[in-house]
Design a protein around this ligand. Structure first.
Ligand code: SF4
Length: 247
């Protein structure tokens, strides 16, 4: 994937808080709707901890309306700021200085933060070394027979993180040969990170790209960069495909 596309310049944001807000807003909607809400928040100069703390929830709802479920999302964003104030004096520096698993548990206890959102915040906002599992990850790993339909989020995360942590030194370099980024370089995408964190950053971004462009409901394996890694079809698979072709 890296040879085909190169580094993907994730996450498209100018601040850590913008990543966090984006991670909340992207739930159950597409990214273009999130961008509209982010533009509104920036225009009103409330995309800061103080701005989100001070803004009345009704006004916040209006600004993030384009992202859908805006009442619920406004409450959840306010809840995050309350947590940040109470636990970390409103400081993202203090919050992200926590050990990864401690902060992960705290984030997971907040209303509206599931594992994917927690890990997106940890990785893309806080530069913590975690793997983000999304629906594309699951679909690709299932189709490649690495997991089955019953494998849960934590098992998938553990599998990938164990594989990456045991990689040879140098194998995690993701500078890449391709040059087809998904987003223009942003302040957050070009933040300095450890090699391990950058690896997780690119891995998730590249999986999303492979998933959205090729591993759709109807897969386009012929053109997909992951095709060489498909398991060989068994005799049973071949017979099934032949029966399907005849039908
Ligand atoms: S080769 Fe690509 S499209 Fe085909 S199953 Fe694998 S990831 Fe999906």
């Amino acid at each position: 994937m890296l040879q085909r596309w190169g580094p993907q310049s994730w996450w498209p944001a100018h601040s850590r808080l913008e990543v966090i807000v984006g991670a909340y807003l992207t739930q159950n909607t597409n990214w273009s709707n999130v961008e509209k809400a982010i533009v509104n928040l920036k225009r009103e100069q409330v995309l800061t901890v103080k701005g989100l703390r001070d803004i009345h929830i009704w006004n916040l709802e209006e600004l993030i309306r384009p992202s859908g479920y805006f009442r619920q999302k406004a409450r959840r964003l306010k809840g995050f700021i309350e947590f940040l104030d109470k636990q970390y004096d409103g400081s993202l520096d203090k919050m992200f200085a926590q050990p990864t698993e401690t902060l992960r548990s705290e984030l997971l206890s907040l209303n509206g933060i599931g594992p994917e959102t927690a890990d997106s915040i940890l990785l893309y906002s806080g530069n913590h070394p975690v793997f983000v599992v999304d629906a594309y990850t699951r679909r690709i790993l299932e189709r490649h027979q690495v997991i089955d339909a019953k494998t849960d989020y934590e098992e998938i995360r553990g599998l990938v993180e164990t594989a990456i942590k045991s990689a040879e030194p140098g194998a995690l370099d993701v500078t890449g040969a391709g040059k087809d980024p998904r987003h223009p370089v942003s302040r957050m995408s070009s933040t300095e990170r450890t090699e391990l964190v950058q690896h997780y950053n690119e891995l998730h971004a590249l999986i999303v790209r492979a998933g959205s462009e090729y591993c759709r409901t109807r897969p386009r394996c012929e053109e997909c960069p992951l095709r060489p890694y498909l398991p060989k079809p068994t005799t049973k698979d071949t017979k099934k495909a032949q029966r399907k072709a005849k039908a």
